[in-house]
Design a protein around this ligand. Structure first.
Ligand SMILES: [Zn+2]
Length: 63
């Protein structure tokens, strides 16, 4: 599930899984048209930390 927020006022509009979505913000009236992008990482941020750690390890091992 993904939290959908208004692009104009950041009001939370819905939580949903979607491929395409059009939703009008009840607060400011902006029509938000959303399309699903690449699937989000399972643990946001974690993969980057692991990647940097892995690279550091490799640099140490490299003569
Ligand atoms: Zn809004």
């Amino acid at each position: 599930m993904e939290v959908i927020r208004c692009g104009q006022c950041q009001r939370k509009l819905a939580e949903a899984q979607y491929t395409r979505l059009e939703i009008k913000c009840p607060r400011c009236g902006t029509l938000n048209i959303l399309r699903a992008m690449s699937p989000p990482p399972a643990r946001p941020g974690a993969s980057n930390v692991e990647g940097n750690y892995d690279q550091a390890q490799r640099r140490e091992r490299t003569p």
